[in-house]
Design a protein around this ligand. Structure first.
Ligand code: CDP
Length: 212
């Protein structure tokens, strides 16, 4: 079973993806980490973030086994990731690796921006997770503070809006709802509520498949 989860910044895709993966005993890939890792590589090597050749080389050399989550999770890295993620050659370099992950025996859970539209258009279940920008900014603020990265909620809201706009307006694999995706608005749901709602969607999709 392949579960594709997409949605805007800080919508809770990662938390939901991890929980669904644990529930179904499937591997999980947070694909945002790939773009964050490319950006991190450029920054660490002193390269410019708009250097397409350097970003593409970093994407081609990426190793899924070596995604150091802690170094990639900072606020600045999300912004930097969305700059390299708009480069078609960077995206292209990461397609095969994501499809290979999705194609593991038994399936996988992947979350990102283009999983249901580009990476796994044939996924068994597609979820598009949203929440109001204000709620997403509150969640990201809490997450950063808990990790010892104090931040200003208004500035985070601005980051999120700018990043959503860049992600939705880029010509290659923009943030978009697949025509067969199930929308899940988590503005008024906590993590348990979002998980329960997602499970409900997945079981009704699977049940309707068994019938047909
Ligand atoms: O955790 P958050 O939702 O803030 O971001 P993320 O999922 O880690 O993604 C960081 C950035 O990577 C996004 O703003 C996108 O520009 C890019 N991304 C993408 O283009 N395609 C994906 N499948 C995943 C992330």
């Amino acid at each position: 079973m392949i579960i594709a989860i997409d949605g805007p910044a800080a919508s809770g895709k990662g938390t939901l993806g991890r929980r669904l993966a644990a529930h179904f005993g499937l591997p999980h890939l947070d694909t945002g980490l790939l773009y964050r890792a490319v950006a991190h590589h450029l920054i660490s090597a002193g390269e410019a973030l708009d250097d397409v050749a350097a970003a593409t080389a970093a994407a081609r050399a990426l190793d899924l086994q070596r995604l150091d989550d802690a170094a990639l999770r900072g606020r600045a890295m999300g912004e930097a990731a969305s700059i390299v993620a708009a480069m078609p050659s960077v995206r292209e370099a990461l397609v095969a690796l994501q499809r290979a992950f999705a194609g593991q025996p038994g399936g996988a859970v992947l979350d990102g921006r283009d999983i249901g539209t580009v990476i796994c258009p044939g996924a068994d279940v597609k979820l598009f997770v949203t929440a109001s920008a204000e709620e997403r900014a509150r969640r990201r603020w809490r997450e950063l503070v808990a990790r010892g990265e104090p931040a200003d909620q208004a500035a985070i809201l601005e980051d999120i809006r700018r990043r959503d706009q860049r992600d939705a307006e880029r010509p290659t694999a923009p943030l978009a709802v697949a025509s067969d995706a199930h929308r899940l608005d988590t503005t008024h749901l906590d993590a348990d509520g979002a998980f329960a709602a997602a499970l409900g969607i997945i079981s009704s999709v699977m049940a309707s498949r068994t019938k047909s």
